[in-house]
Design a protein around this ligand. Sequence first.
Ligand code: PAF
Length: 282
Amino acid sequence: MTVFVKQNELKDYLKSFWDEKKSIGFVPTMGALHQGHLSLMSESLKKNSLTVVSIFVNPTQFNNPEDLKKYPRTLDSDVEKIKNLDSNIIVYAPTVDDIYEGKTESTSFKYDGLEFQMEGKHRPGHFDGVGTIVKKLFEIVQPNNAYFGEKDFQQLQIVKKLVEKYKIPVKINGCKIHREANGLAMSSRNERLSNEERSKASFIFKTISEAAKLFSKKSAQEVSNWVNDQFKKQNTFELEYFEIADEATLIECKRKNKNKKYRAFIAVFVNNIRLIDNISLK
Ligand code: PAF
């Protein structure tokens, strides 16, 4: 399996695929790979001649320096996991300099308001960092398809908006959330949880699943109040936000409209580790 560290070497390799119009599938990641990432790769393998996976902890999307410092970096075991899945996958694991060429800054993006909701409110600059790196990676890899997990649902919508606005010729494929046996959404940050925290974190999915059921008979405000009460009854998890929002615009639901699709979104802190999750509301 080939691991490219330099974008020029990767581009030389990809040239024949571009020239021969062979389909390239791309899975951008920040490493610490789990089953969720591997499922994105499996999707890509099914549909494309070549699958490229990037592993890059992108500094410009971290609003919290401590989070960036503590973000798990496990390149060797990541490469091993990819090799076991399919030895034909190409890995691009660049240095910060190879990507940012001495100027580690993000560009400012407008995503028609999607950036002002939820994660955008709580993580200033985060989606500028995401837009910057995703656009750069798309320019390097020039994929036909790219795969993103629905756990970061707002990011998925933002990336769709990015390619629409910049007319980047890539199809964005959203893939369902993978969960641990207890329901906890798979995330690289789960690696930072203690065994006890990881097991207790089933509380997050249980709460939003219950909220989803309640939403069939209660208003968004009543469901939010109920979720807030559940968090007040325990002291392991601190609720940052719970919001029911329109899937397309991500604007908070004030009054239900039967023509709209809604989703519940949650962000929680446990011992300074930030976890997010979401669930579709029928
Ligand atoms: O979802 C992630 O892991 C990151 O935000 C991404 C899309 C790889 C950009 O750094």
